[in-house]
Write a protein of this length. Structure first.
Length: 608
């Protein structure tokens, strides 16, 4: 498995080198204190056996006490610093992941199941934090401690140092390398099966009622149980290499212990060393491998983190997209740059589709060969049977979905004031894109630049106040503007009746409001945003006929009684099933089976 994904994801943790160095120093100091405690204790025990004057042992006794206390204190500092680094890093990582996901086309993310995406942002991101705690810091500490052990034993005996070096090479290099090689494929399977478990569980949690009504709940639970069994088997398979590698470390101690035993015997027979030195040679190897014992787990964690990094890279897209990605606009930018475009001297653009095929895949095309021009001020209604591709077309026009064929572009508006919705043939599909040059300033719609905004029918209602649910659309909106938008969609009495008015908390995803109130709240969000081109997906569903017809008329007829909901010069596209309630001045795009379509132009300017 390539290390390129890991090299790309790790910088997203944005871990300061000073914090990481502090964590390594604290961890090395902890094991250093334990190693020194073993050395001093060995010297003290064997020297005391020779019954020297008590004062000769005082320093060693105090040292043992100090090292015993400091080991616990340093372990606390080690845990605090390493987890501080990891937790800060995972916060930065998830922030970066969400930023990149928000900038990706919707079709790239839609291929992932919700549970799989949750597993990537949750468990896989956590694997990157664990990589710091379990792999990076232990590897650095093991290198430091290996040098410390050799530096301590070398002056006492070259034979003991040589066998110790051999044992350390086995424990710190060969065993982890073997564990990493063996864990490569098995750890990837662990992550994939874990993601499948999360996806199956989330499906049951989200749709338990619907599954029960459809008689599919038992089957869904059986799928979850099967996914859990697959995950358990993957974990068991991954445990074998780790167990073998972990067993290799105690086995690697044998040459070091035997070498130290031979070295101690030799110096004892030669009378070339004191009892304390012999005690150190005999007992110190037993405490010289504490850092190495963590390396097989570190190697397995690195393999797991590489697999997790590959899944995260798959989610956020190619690396070259990072360099060209447009930062997400602040919620207020859309209104400031878009609604007041005319005041700023910038014309509202025209939205043009040329030879457009829209769909999630080539097999599921919703519309084919669409040639469409939406001049400023156009009012367009899109109709068609459920599932025919209306929402998919809106997402493509908004730049959230890549066209399967053809193009969508924002271009400078034509100077002809009589221009309106323009199409090629009145029925499709067409043979190809409309001929003619594209203006030099033409560019693809970008969902982050505030010019084209899609308000989907399933847009999220956040578990926060009414005010904050509208501030999502424009951060600088005032309470007066919020109340005006709510009044325009008929929610003025509703908000006045709430216990805390605009400060009333709404339940998760609008569960404390009715379907009609939810749609109007989302429509008010669109009014607050006020983008030059607004694409609205079924904004009048779940409303009574009178209220729904009134809102539809004000959206699609700039001359409607009460005035238009959005400025006359703005382009408004509405998906609706109320075919017979569309104002006569609005253009109508009917989507038909097999990708066919029919466009009925409205009167110039969109007036009724």
């Amino acid at each position: 498995m390539s290390t390129a994904p890991l090299a790309r994801i790790l910088p997203l943790l944005r871990i300061p080198r000073t914090r990481l160095l502090a964590a390594v120093i604290a961890s090395a100091a902890t094991l250093g204190a334990a190693f020194a405690l073993a050395a001093v204790s060995a010297w003290l025990v064997t020297t005391a056996w020779t019954m020297p004057p008590v004062l000769d042992l005082t320093v060693a006794v105090v040292g043992v006490r100090a090292l015993g206390v400091s080991r616990g204190v340093l372990r606390w500092a080690d845990r605090m610093l390493t987890h501080d680094v990891a937790l800060r890093g995972v916060v930065e990582l998830r922030t970066g992941l969400f930023t990149r996901l928000a900038s990706r086309p919707a079709d790239a993310i839609s291929r992932l199941r919700r549970g799989d995406l949750l597993a990537r942002l949750g468990d896989d991101a956590q694997e990157m934090a664990d990589h710091v705690i379990t792999a990076v810091v232990p590897a650095a500490v093991a290198a430091v401690m290996a040098l410390a052990v050799l530096a301590t034993i070398g002056p006492l005996s070259l034979l003991a140092a040589g066998t110790m070096l051999l044992s350390l090479l086995i424990a710190t290099c060969l065993a982890p390398w073997t564990a990493h090689r063996a864990a490569g494929a098995t750890q990837a399977a662990v992550l994939e099966t874990r993601s499948a478990v999360v996806s199956a569980a989330l499906e049951i949690l989200d749709d338990a009622t619907a599954l029960r009504v459809a008689g599919r709940l038992d089957a869904a639970e059986a799928d979850l149980a099967a996914a859990q069994r697959d995950h358990d088997r993957a974990v068991d398979r991954a445990a074998w290499p780790a167990a073998i590698a972990a067993a290799a470390v105690p086995l690697a101690m044998i040459p070091a212990v035997l070498g130290s035993l031979l070295a101690a015997g030799a110096v004892w027979l030669q009378g070339a060393a004191s009892a304390g030195t012999i005690g150190i040679l005999l007992l110190l190897p037993l405490s010289s491998f504490e850092a190495a014992t963590a390396l097989p787990a570190a190697a397995a964690q690195r393999a797991r983190s590489r697999a997790a990094a590959a899944r995260l890279v798959e989610a956020i897209g190619p690396q070259d997209a990072d360099a060209t990605r447009t930062p997400a606009a602040e919620p207020g930018a859309g209104r400031d740059a878009g609604t007041d475009a005319a005041a700023a001297g910038r014309a509202v653009p025209a939205l043009r589709a040329r030879g457009l095929d829209a769909g999630w895949s080539a097999e599921g095309r919703g519309v084919r060969g669409l040639d469409l021009e939406l001049a400023p001020g156009t009012r367009l209604a899109i109709t068609g049977a459920s599932g025919i591709g209306k929402s998919t077309l809106l997402m493509t026009l908004a730049g959230l979905l890549e066209p399967l064929r053809g193009s969508v572009a924002l271009e400078p508006a034509r100077p002809d004031p009589e221009s309106g919705p323009v199409a090629g043939p009145t029925a499709g599909p067409t043979a190809g894109p409309t001929a003619g040059p594209v203006a030099a300033a033409a560019h693809r719609p970008d969902p982050h630049d505030g010019e084209v905004i899609l308000f989907a029918e399933d847009a999220h209602v956040f578990a926060t106040t009414v005010r904050e649910n509208l501030r999502v659309a424009r951060g600088q909106v005032t309470d007066a503007e919020i109340r005006q938008a709510l009044a325009e969609v008929g929610l003025e009495d509703w908000v006045d009746a709430l216990p805390a008015g605009l400060d009333t908390m709404l339940g998760p995803d609008g569960t404390t409001v009715s379907g009609g109130e939810r749609r109007r709240l989302l429509l008010a969000r669109a009014l607050v945003r006020g983008a030059p081109i607004s694409l609205l997906d079924e904004p009048t569903e779940h409303l009574d006929a009178a209220r729904g017809d009134a809102l539809l008329t004000r959206l699609l007829d700039p001359g409607a009684p009460g005035g238009p909901l959005l400025p006359r010069e703005h382009t408004v596209v509405v998906v609706t099933h109320r075919r017979d309630r569309i104002p006569p001045g609005a253009a109508v795009l009917d989507l038909e089976p097999d990708g066919r379509w029919t466009l009925t132009p409205g009167r110039p300017g969109g007036d009724a």
